[in-house]
Design a protein around this ligand. Structure first.
Ligand code: PLP
Length: 235
C-alpha cells in the first residue's frame, strides 16, 4: 500500500474505533478520558505501526517480546513518541531487555516473573509499571493468576520495591460470546473491588479487545487492547 493510502486507511480506523469507544463510554456514563486506547501492533510491521502513531495512537501493545524489541528499534518507528506495553506472556530470560524498552508490562502472570521484573528494574535504577494478569475465564491454555490466588499474591508485594502494580488485566474466554465476555469482565472488576486497598488501589483494568471492548467498557475497563479493528483494509 502507498504510504499516503496507508495513512488514510489507518487514520479512518482509529477515528472509527475512537467513536465506538466514546459511544461505549456514553452508554456506561463514563468519561471518555478514563479509557486508554492501546493499539495492538502485533499483526503489522514497522511502516504500519508508524502510521498508527501518526494517526494519534501512541500507546502500543505487543504480545511477543522479540517483536516489541525489534519494532521499537526499527528505523520507521525509532524516535516516535510511543509508550510500549508488553501484553503477552513473557519468559524470564526476556525480562531485562523488555524492561529497558517497555513503559509497562501488562501480563505479569506469576510471582516468579514479578520478581524477575523487579530485579531487572532495580538493576536499571527504575520502577516498572505492571498489571497482574488474571485468568478470570479459567481457560486451561491461558496464562494468569487464578482469582483465588490473587489476595495471597498481593500480600507479597511489599518485598518488590521496583514494581508499581497499577491494576489487573484479563482476556475473555476464547470460546465465549459477548455475554460470557461481559461476565468475565464484571468478575475482574469485582475481584479488584474486593482486593484493592488505599495503598494499592489497582486503578487500571486492562480488558476488552476488538470483539468485546464495548462490553469491557460497560464493566469498567480503563484500557482496551485493540488490534484487528485498527488494521481493517491493511491486513
Ligand atoms: C492480539 C491481542 C489483542 C488484540 O486482539 P484483537 O482481537 O485483534 O483486537 C489484545 N490483547 C492481547 C493480549 C493480544 O494478544
Amino acid at each position: 500500500m502507498l504510504g499516503s493510502d496507508l495513512d488514510a486507511v489507518v487514520r479512518g480506523n482509529v477515528e472509527r474505533v475512537r467513536e465506538q469507544v466514546a459511544a461505549a463510554c456514553e452508554a456506561a456514563r463514563r468519561s471518555v478520558g478514563d479509557v486508554t486506547l492501546v493499539g495492538v501492533s502485533k499483526y503489522v510491521g514497522p511502516p504500519e505501526t508508524a502510521a498508527l502513531v501518526r494517526a494519534g495512537c501512541t500507546v502500543l501493545g505487543e504480545s511477543r517480546p522479540q517483536l516489541l524489541w525489534s519494532k521499537a528499534e526499527a528505523p520507521e518507528v525509532f524516535g516516535l513518541p510511543i509508550q510500549w506495553r508488553m501484553i503477552g506472556h513473557l519468559q524470564r530470560n526476556k525480562v531485562d531487555r523488555t524492561v529497558s524498552v517497555a513503559a509497562a508490562i501488562d501480563s505479569v502472570d506469576s510471582l516468579r516473573l514479578l520478581k524477575a521484573v523487579n530485579d531487572a528494574a532495580a538493576a536499571a535504577g527504575k520502577t516498572m509499571a505492571v498489571l497482574l494478569e488474571v485468568n478470570e475465564s479459567g481457560d486451561a491454555e491461558k496464562h494468569g493468576f487464578a482469582a483465588d490466588d490473587l489476595p495471597a499474591m498481593l500480600g507479597e508485594l511489599g518485598a518488590y520495591r521496583n514494581v508499581q502494580v497499577e491494576g489487573l488485566m484479563t482476556m475473555a474466554a476464547r470460546e465465549g460470546d459477548r455475554d460470557t465476555a461481559r461476565h468475565n469482565f464484571a468478575a475482574l472488576r469485582e475481584l479488584r473491588d474486593r482486593v484493592a486497598t488505599p495503598n494499592l488501589p489497582l486503578r487500571e483494568l486492562s480488558m476488552g479487545m476488538s470483539g468485546d471492548f464495548h462490553e469491557a467498557i460497560l464493566e469498567g475497563s480503563t484500557m482496551v487492547r485493540i488490534g484487528s479493528a485498527l488494521w481493517e483494509g491493511v491486513l
